[in-house]
Design a protein around this ligand. Structure first.
Ligand SMILES: Cc1cc2nc3c(=O)[nH]c(=O)nc-3n(C[C@H](O)[C@H](O)[C@H](O)COP(=O)(O)O)c2cc1C
Length: 219
């Protein structure tokens, strides 16, 4: 009887009967409305909205995010003052349990607007802190999924060891460095040639990547 009561209390505390509520932030960085990146962003948004998650999309082109870390930004932050547009994006990040980042691969890296977002928003003091014993991550407990669309094949990049390099440099060394758990990093090859069947297959792949996120929140 006692064990049953304890289990009941644990279930009550963790709302096991309630749908799991997540705060999901989607950051997307493609200039074309009809790009696969924006199609992915919209589909992932709707998929999680239907699960009654709180979902916010920050389309860096639509919000005209300024990607240039300026002398004034550095001066203000040195004085302990965060520029308004950086603070606003940091607030979105702080509120998120899960962060999705969607972008096309441009010259084997991020589009400049996304690189600039990372430079300006994941700041020392917000995302991580330097100490005498090395850097300390400040964004623990948050989860990230990255989606990279590309023109080339995965095989071409794998032959050069670059898929692993992209995972490390674009995922682990940025979001992982800040303490976030990189759940998955998906690549969508030859996306400009993909027909409807292939796009649907990619979309299925994209949504499946969220399975571990949903279950891990139960425990
Ligand atoms: C400036 C620029 C640089 C690009 N560099 C690469 C690259 O390094 N590797 C690659 O596979 N594709 C590259 N591409 C192709 C894009 O990744 C591809 O067009 C994009 O993923 C299409 O995205 P979408 O399906 O979201 O429209 C580049 C495209 C542009 C415009």
């Amino acid at each position: 009887m006692f064990v049953f009561l304890v289990l009941l209390e644990v279930a009550r505390k963790h709302n096991f009967n309630e749908p799991i509520s997540m705060n999901h932030l989607i950051i997307t960085a493609h200039p074309s409305e009809n790009s696969f990146s924006n199609y992915l962003s919209q589909s992932i948004y709707e998929f999680h909205k239907n699960k009654a998650w709180t979902v916010t999309v920050r389309d860096l082109y639509k919000i005209e995010f300024n990607p240039v870390l300026s002398p004034n930004d550095l001066k203000m932050m040195k004085l302990g003052q965060t520029p308004f547009d950086i603070q606003r994006e940091q607030n979105y990040l702080s509120a998120a349990d899960l962060i999705t980042v969607i972008y096309p691969l441009w010259w084997a890296g991020f589009p400049a607007i996304l690189k600039g977002y990372i430079d300006r928003v994941l700041t020392n003091g917000f995302a991580f802190r330097y100490t005498e014993n090395g850097p300390v991550p400040l964004m623990k407990g948050q989860q990230v999924i990255l989606h990279t669309t590309m023109g080339n094949t995965v095989e071409e990049y794998e032959a050069k060891g670059l898929i692993e390099a992209f995972r490390r440099s674009q995922g682990d060394e940025i979001f992982g460095y800040c303490g976030m758990e990189v759940i998955d990093h998906l690549f969508y090859p030859q996306i400009t040639l993909a027909d409807e069947n292939r796009r649907n297959h990619f979309l299925e792949m994209a949504l499946e990547a969220y399975q571990p996120v949903q279950t891990s929140r139960l425990f």
